[in-house]
Structures are given as structure tokens and as C-alpha cells.
Design a protein around this ligand. Sequence first.
Ligand code: NAD
Length: 497
Amino acid sequence: MNIIKHFVGGKVIDGTSQRKGQVFNPATGEQESEVILASKSDLDKTVEIAKKAFETWSLKPALQRARIMFKFKELIENNFDELTKLIVSEHGKVYEDAKGSLIRGLEVVEFACGIPHVLKGEFSENVGTNVDSYSMRQPLGVAAGITPFNFPAMVPMWMFPLAIACGNTFILKPSEKDPSCPMRLAELLHEAGLPDGVFNVVNGDKEVVDAILTNNDIKAVSFVGSTPIAKYIYENAAKNEKRVQALGGAKNHLVVMPDCDLEGAVNGLMGAAYGSAGERCMAQSVAVAVGDIGDELVSRLVKKAEALKIGPGMDKSSEMGPLVTKQHLEKVKGYVDLGVEEGAKLVLDGRDLKLQGYENGFYIGGCLFDHVTTDMRIYKEEIFGPVLSVVRVKTFEEATKMINEHEYGNGVSIYTRDGDAGRTFASKIQVGMVGINVPIPVPMAFHSFGGWKRSLFGDSGMHGMEGIKFYTKLKTITSRWPSGIRSNPEFIMPTME
Ligand code: NAD
């Protein structure tokens, strides 16, 4: 059995804990590895190492830190196939999709290569007579990242390239379901010349997370995962005086207007609802059919969803792979059962799918519900599987009201040919990331990623300038260099003249 350990201080270490988690290959259903679940004392020792590394790393010129990022970028590119296969083998998503997610992570590394430019401060000459003012952004210290199973490379890469390029040291606690790719990324960073202790991976579960939240030397926590845990992280990190950004779950809507390019909308929905087996926080799990478009939309969706090629992620012909674990498969099937009980019309049922040769894999076929209503739990809750719900509304206003009233506000899209509808939608919708004739509006690395409402706790998104701000603190200096003139004490509020 392959044993996955921790990466601390520039090397793979065992740690002190005997507790272990199981890591499966979702395509076959076989357990392929055990991951060691670290203890509080393992985490505390890692923080000591990262704190020591910060003393020298934070003083390195940004240009030198950028050069390591350039080298890291090259190493990722040279090892694309191996990294992609690690994602496929533990997450289950199909190869090209896994590769795409790695590229989206790589783009953050590319952004981090420009760190000397990005960290330039501001300067004002003569804010008062012979007084100058300038500002700079300085690193925080040790930062930690806690990440979900669904993007084992990309989500950690939303965090650590910027955190370390800004001069922080970093401890990553990846998902215990698929930790191998983050471990390999740590080795590549080491190979790129990153000093020991600047980037560390501590594998584990709630015990490590709680140790992160209570360790006084961790100054910032970035979290991505489900909403209940995001809220827990937000509250407890703040209580322990840490900076925190906690991204949570989602229920994303794609509005299909009657005037839209329907084939474009259907194709967009297919990829956005069933891609990565619906295990994406930006998956479009609700199609909102406006006016009289519902029947035609559903009939086209059924045809395409029936033809979905489902199979192991390493099979080049597969369009959709298995779910991550047996427990998750049972949960998703449970939601389909619930939808039927709630009275939604199940027009495509993927629950009984069995693949020859892969009978123990965690597969489910694409599922499609029609006539879903807003009081149903399958509408309100995140399913995180290949289950698309169609809700029918009469008007654009009804569609936007419904979306604005939903507890989540991660992503949303509208398909229309009407510029006025598109512009009004972008302006009025209460959601953080909006697509117009674009199915999955994930911002690029040089913009920032983040939802609204219960999809994000905290006030800063990931990567782009939001990420830079999150991982640095602002210092503003006001300076005067008088030659020989001593001023008298002043007891009034200083004003600049
Ligand atoms: P999860 O919340 O179960 O786990 C996320 C992380 O929290 C993992 O590292 C896990 O070990 C840890 N964790 C789990 N339970 C914990 C507990 N009780 N106490 C402390 N830590 C705990 O999420 P998941 O199932 O790994 O990922 C899927 C979820 O992540 C979905 O809800 C999805 O929408 C969300 N997600 C959101 C975004 C976003 O950008 N908003 C991106 C990706 C995934």
C-alpha cells in the first residue's frame, strides 16, 4: 500500500501520528493509498519551521522570489502528464479536464512571476511642504491554506504561489481524499530552489484544521470547501485574531432567455452541469427556462445527456468520470431519490449505471429533473454531482428575483441576444461571478475569484490583486528630512500645509 506522508522543511517526513485515512481510485473503487493524518503537535512543529524560514525568505528581493516562480512554472510544464495523472487517479475527473484545471493553477504561478511589479507601492511627493508619503505592502508571516477535494491542484495554486511570492511562508492542508498532487507540487517547488520550510504540506483532517485555527503564529487562513466548514473556519480564525478568507458552497443558475442561441446554451449547460461529474463549485446545477423555451430546452438536454460518454478518467473517450468516493456517490443518489419524492419530474435517471469492467467504480449517469420548484431541497441545497434541475419561470424579472433570493451567490450565467437584458442582469444580480453567454465564468488569474452571500465568508477573493492584498499588510510612511531646523511641540491635530 502506498503511504502518503507530509512535506515539511524541504523533505518528506512521517510525523508522529499513527492515524491514517483511505485514498481510493474512484474509477475502480480500489483503495490505492493510505494518507497519514497529522496530529496537533505535527502542525505546531511545522509552524515553528515555517516561522524560522520566514525570517530570511521575507527579506529576499521580490525579483529573486519571482525567479523561483519562473523555475517552478517550467517544472510544472515539464511534469504536466504526471501531475495530471495524479489528479485523475485520486479525484476521478477525465484527463483533459484535470489537465485544464492544472493549467488554471499554472496561470496563478505565471501571475506570481510578475511579483516585483505587482508589489510596487505608491509615492506622493510633497503631501505637505517638504513632506513625502509612500506606502508599501509587506508579508504577514506564516499563512495556511485548507483545500477541498474537487480541485487538488488548482485550488491550492489559487493560494500558495501568491502567498510565497509576497514573502510569506505557507502550510497547505489539502483534502485527505486526494493529497498526492499537492505533495508532488511541494517537491517541484523544492526542486525549483525554494528554501526549506517556505512551503509545507501537512496532511490530515479536522485535528490539523483545528490546530491551524488555534496556533498564534499562523497569521492568515485561506479556506475553500463547503459552506458549514467555511463558516466554522471564518468564525474561529477571526476569534483567534487571524486574517481569513473562507470560500464555501454554491448553487449556480444558468438563465436561458427565449431569444438566445439555444444550441449554444444547451452545449454550455452540458459542460457546466456534467463536466467533472458536477463536482465543481462553479457547476451550473440549475437551468432557468424563461418564457416558452422550457420544452425545447429539456428535449435537447435529454438527447445530449443520454449520449454522455461515462467512463474512467484515463479513457480518452470518456466525457465524464466517476464521483470521488462511495459515500459521495450515495449522497448524490440520495438527492435524486429526494427529488422524485418532492415531486420534480426525473426525465433522465443515471442512478443505475453500471460499467462493464468497472463494477466497483463510483459512477452515476447524468440526471435531469424538470419542473423543479424553489421550495424543493434539490433546488435549495448543493448536490455536487451530475444532477441538473430545470426551473421554469415566466419572465426575466422572476428569474433574477429567484436567483437573488438564493442563499448562495457564487456563479451565474445568462444566455441572451438582448444587450439590455445582459447588462441589467450583470448590474442587478446578487452573485459574485457573472457570465453573459459564457457558461462557467471563472475569472482569470489576474482577476480575482470569489462569490457573494454564503459562498464566501470574509471580504477578499482568491488570486489577482485580491490575493496580493490578502497576503500582505499595508504600511504607509510619512517622512520629512529637515536640515538643522527644530520645530516646536504642536498640540493640535497635524494638518499638512
Ligand atoms: P469540505 O468542506 O468537506 O472539506 C474542505 C476542507 O475542510 C478539507 O481539507 C477537509 O479536510 C476540511 N474539513 C472537512 N470537515 C471538517 C471539519 N468538520 N472541521 C474542520 N475541517 C474540516 O469540502 P469538500 O467536500 O472537500 O469540497 C466540496 C465543497 O467545496 C463543495 O461545497 C464546493 O462547492 C466547495 N468548493 C467551493 C469553491 C469556491 O471557490 N467557493 C471551490 C471549490 C470547492
